[in-house]
Design a binder for this molecule. Structure first.
Ligand SMILES: NC(=O)C1=CN([C@@H]2O[C@H](COP(=O)(O)OP(=O)(O)OC[C@H]3O[C@@H](n4cnc5c(N)ncnc54)[C@H](O)[C@@H]3O)[C@@H](O)[C@H]2O)C=CC1
Ligand SMILES: O=C(O)[C@@H]1CCC=N1
Length: 278
């Protein structure tokens, strides 16, 4: 499969790192980014072909991944439109796979003159080590073959979760797109507190990271609900009970809910603000 990336920043780099080496012979990755430093890094690490501007290599790909900031999508669509028009005149319709937060498929389709083959996705950065999870939704004009191709690409860097309604991509963003940052935030807080309690930075890091990894693996491998696993750690009148009571009093659970509602609302707002441009 030939895949073109428009935008070679953080998330594209994570996807390319996961995909590189997994493409069948003859497949390749082409990256367009105006920042030569970003291209150099990707060329050195993964041998991708690279360009600072869009050219015919982009519509020659079977899948074009749109990996620029939401605020740049309108401009990228206007640069891409003439190239996609030419491809369609030649009887080809490459699949557009957007990873941008907020941007709705219908707006993207309209900016491209009614382009039908769009899959909107929300990946996350653990894709870098093949442990990502991607929420996905297909626009009505996507063929079964294109849907499979999109799924195949995202499965190369982790697992996929398809949703039926595009509006659910904002909640997906709030859970798994932004989610790694919440986990890192929690780990940072645990590391800082570990030091305050007298452990070294190294000890705090090792204990906190191994605890996150171990607890997540245990939950993944268990048939029981996470709440049961939590209860099993929590002895009556013990240390965990003291910690969880303190969290409850500080409103940690409510704060997490509030943070996720803010993320989903921001995704929706980005779509409304940026989709209104024409
Ligand atoms: N970072 C993350 O964890 C996630 C990001 N996303 C989405 O991925 C997209 C990219 O985000 P990041 O990689 O974090 O941003 P980034 O800022 O690291 O990367 C964006 C890249 O696009 C390039 N660019 C700007 N204008 C361009 C143009 N006209 N043509 C080609 N390239 C252009 C920039 O030079 C930069 O390298 C965003 O839409 C974001 O919503 C989605 C899921 C997770
Ligand atoms: O913060 C953002 O807007 C992007 C989307 C999900 C993760 N990073």
């Amino acid at each position: 499969m030939k895949i073109a990336f428009i935008g070679g920043g953080n998330m594209a780099s994570a996807l390319i790192a996961g995909l590189a080496g997994k493409l069948a012979p003859g497949g390749n990755i082409h990256v367009v980014d105006p920042n030569p430093a970003a291209l150099d890094k990707l060329f050195t690490a993964h041998g991708v072909s690279a360009a600072t501007e869009l050219d015919e290599r982009v519509p020659a790909a079977e899948v074009i991944v749109l990996a620029v900031k939401p605020q740049s999508m309108r401009e990228v669509a206007s640069q891409l439109k003439p190239l996609l028009d030419l491809a369609q005149e030649a009887g080809r319709q490459p699949l557009l796979l957007s990873i941008a937060a907020g941007i709705r498929s219908a707006d993207l389709a309209r900016w491209l003159g009614g382009y039908a083959a769009i899959v909107r996705t929300m990946p996350n950065t653990p894709a870098l080590i093949g442990q990502g999870v991607t929420g996905m939704v297909a626009a009505p004009g996507v063929t079964a073959q294109q849907r499979d191709a999109a799924d195949h690409i995202m499965r190369a860097v982790g697992s996929t979760v398809w949703v039926e309604k595009e509006a659910l991509i904002d909640p997906v963003t709030a859970v798994s797109g932004s989610g790694p940052a919440y986990v890192f935030y929690f780990i940072e807080a645990m590391q800082a507190a570990a030091e305050e309690l007298g452990l070294t930075a190294e000890q705090g890091r090792e204990l906190a990271l191994a605890t996150f990894a171990g607890a997540a693996q245990l939950a993944l491998q268990s048939d029981e609900p996470v709440s049961v696993l939590r209860e099993r750690v929590t002895s009556k009148g013990g240390t965990t009970y003291a910690a969880l009571s303190s969290m409850e009093q500080s409103g940690v659970k409510a704060a997490i809910g509030g943070a996720m509602r803010a993320a989903a609302a921001r995704g929706k707002q980005l779509g409304e603000e940026l989709g209104a441009q024409d």
